[in-house]
Design a protein around this ligand. Structure first.
Ligand SMILES: Cc1cc2nc3c(=O)[nH]c(=O)nc-3n(C[C@H](O)[C@H](O)[C@H](O)COP(=O)(O)O)c2cc1C
Length: 187
């Protein structure tokens, strides 16, 4: 069983959430960063990365929220999956997603909705985030799970230059564990 976590991160915040998710998912998790170098004349060209995703049992998509949606680098990757979509090669795989932003809202929901749509075009099975809302946990918000109240997928928020809260990272870790358990059951 393998869980591929494909993500773009410009300044490391989304990367830290991807790593937390990988930690929760366990040794089957593989981190696959999208970088500008894979994009040539506007097109994502890393066929080996796409093949790794096709071989995985579950795929998690991660991107920062840029201007209310996925980063351009992530969208370029997503557009390169058109051939995979045509053959429905990812159909039936587990899917999930995560995003980070600078503002508390920052319109992150739009990014997660895009990731859901991407997964549904591929015939995948989207798995939401099920850690309970941290507002009711009695814990300080920086350590509370699901502090941002997101169930569609995992959200993280950090002011510029700041790390994600311990709670946001723990929410990612719990999500990784959930994905791994479901992928195991489905296999
Ligand atoms: C071009 C650009 C657009 C951004 N747009 C938003 C936005 O719409 N909402 C928001 O809250 N933060 C926005 N941010 C802040 C990033 O989402 C935030 O810093 C994010 O955690 C960066 O992730 P990364 O470190 O993985 O690149 C933007 C940052 C950049 C550089």
């Amino acid at each position: 069983m393998s869980i591929a976590i494909v993500y773009f991160s410009a300044t490391g915040t989304t990367k830290s959430l991807a790593e937390a998710i990988a930690k929760g998912a366990g040794p089957e998790a593989v981190l696959l960063p999208i970088t500008g170098k894979q994009i040539v004349e506007g097109r994502f060209t890393d066929e080996a990365l796409l093949a790794q995703l096709t071989a995985a049992d579950a795929i998690l998509f991660g991107t920062p929220t840029f201007m209310g949606g996925p980063a351009g680098q992530f969208k370029t990757f997503a557009d390169a999956t058109g051939g995979i979509w045509y053959h429905q090669s990812w159909a039936g795989k587990i899917a999930g997603g995560f995003t980070t932003s600078g503002s508390f809202s920052g319109d992150k929901q739009g990014t997660l909705q895009y990731l859901v749509t991407l997964s549904q075009q591929h015939g995948m099975i989207w798995v939401g985030q099920n850690s309970p809302n941290g507002l009711y946990s009695g814990k300080p918000l920086d350590v509370a799970l699901n502090r941002l109240g997101s169930y569609t997928g995992v959200m993280g928020q950090a002011a510029p230059g700041q790390p994600l809260t311990a709670g946001d990272l723990a929410t990612g870790e719990a999500y990784g564990a959930r994905i791994a358990a479901l992928a195991k059951k489905l296999k």
